[in-house]
Design a protein around this ligand. Structure first.
Ligand SMILES: *Cc1c(COP(=O)(O)O)cnc(C)c1O
Length: 357
């Protein structure tokens, strides 16, 4: 079996042991004589699985009792629509830190007034901005932020304290570090970066927020439909939720989210160290204090050199290092399942490529 060093930005690396377990159980789930994708979503077997998934997630992230956990479909992009459809009455304030928050704000504009509370767009999204209280207009329904900017490689180190509901897109750093849940009213995360296959989005919603939702919107697009029906209003993405359960168990075996966060930091440090000690051969995109632990973005001196770097990386069994088309350059995504060994190999490769050029 050939496995690559996988630095894909999403969908991305999953823990090998989870993939193997899923494979082993695929034909006969827990002695039922069927695959998990062949059973009713209302069966006891499935209902138990989903309930355990929720419980484990609640434990691992210390999610308080007054927050609901839901599983939705449509990806992060559907959330760009749903959060505003449900909660934008007057105006929504957006902290624009990259492509994804920009898209969320544009999608939300269909439902009311949107404005930038802060933005680093003019500076090429190189850092996380400060949020000034006076930038928040009266009658703002919520403040929206993107926790980790997958494309530009920046990440909030601590979240802003605001006294109106805070919404967070945590798609690309969910489960990678502890989350101060109670600072948020709504959190969502598409699964395919850190926790499972594309096709499911985890939502964490404060109970008191639900009362603020609009009434005249379709059931399928209402958060409280998912809450009331425990995410089985219609057929949920059963395979994805099952897979998440396996990943959560793996996180628990690794010592929990706190331990994972420490490992992720060490992994990212290996690569940032190479960048910082390269005398400008590798140039990081993000300002040092805003650097992401998940997505490391950098350039080489010329596009030709970058091309050679990417070609050489492929020969070294490393994939996914090409930067997003909007930013160019290179990007190494070091999600939870990317091993220390893969990171060490990348660091070694980067150093020897520099020496050779
Ligand atoms: C990938 C990503 C998205 C988009 O997710 P889709 O599931 O493709 O819609 C949204 N936000 C962030 C931060 C992402 O990294």
């Amino acid at each position: 079996m050939k496995r690559v060093h996988n630095f894909n930005a999403g969908p991305s690396a999953m823990p090998l042991s989870v993939l193997q377990e899923v494979q082993a159980e695929f034909l006969d789930y827990a002695g039922t004589g069927m695959s998990v994708i062949e059973m009713s979503h209302r069966s006891d077997s499935y209902q138990t699985l989903q309930a355990e998934t929720e419980t484990l997630l609640r434990d691992l992230l210390h999610i308080p009792k007054d927050y609901h956990i839901v599983f939705m479909q449509g990806g992060g992009s559907m959330q760009f629509v749903m959060h505003a459809l449900n909660f934008l009455h007057c105006r929504g304030g957006y902290i624009n830190t990259g492509v994804w928050s920009d898209k969320a704000m544009k999608a939300a504009a269909a439902f009311g007034e949107v404005y930038e509370v802060a933005s680093t767009k003019a500076e090429g999204f190189t850092h996380i901005p400060r949020v000034l209280p006076q930038a928040i207009k009266a009658q703002t329904d919520y403040i929206y932020l993107t926790s980790n900017n997958t494309i530009h490689g920046t990440q909030w180190q601590t979240y802003p304290q605001v006294d109106i509901p805070l919404f967070g897109d945590l798609s690309s750093d969910f489960l990678s570090r502890p989350i101060p849940i109670s600072q948020f009213d709504l959190i969502f995360a598409g699964a395919q970066k850190n926790i499972g296959p594309a096709g499911v989005v985890v939502g964490i919603i404060k109970d008191t927020l639900l009362d603020k939702a609009k009434r005249d919107i379709p059931d399928m697009l209402r958060y409280d439909t998912y809450v009331k029906h425990h995410s089985v209003y219609n057929t949920p993405p059963v395979f994805c939720i099952y897979f998440i359960y396996k990943v959560l168990q793996w996180v628990q075996q690794q010592g929990g989210v706190e331990k994972i966060a420490q490992r992720n930091k060490e992994k990212a440090d290996m690569i940032y160290e190479v960048i910082d000690q390269s005398n400008g051969f590798y140039r990081g995109h993000a300002d040092i204090q805003s650097r992401s632990v998940m997505n490391i973005t950098f350039h080489l001196a010329t596009p030709e050199l970058e091309k050679m770097f990417l070609q050489a990386s492929l020969q070294n069994n490393m994939i996914g290092l090409k930067g997003h088309r909007l930013l160019g350059g290179c990007r190494a995504s070091l999600y939870n399942a990317v091993t220390e060994e893969s990171c060490a190999s990348l660091a070694t490769f980067m150093k020897s490529f520099q020496q050779a050029h």
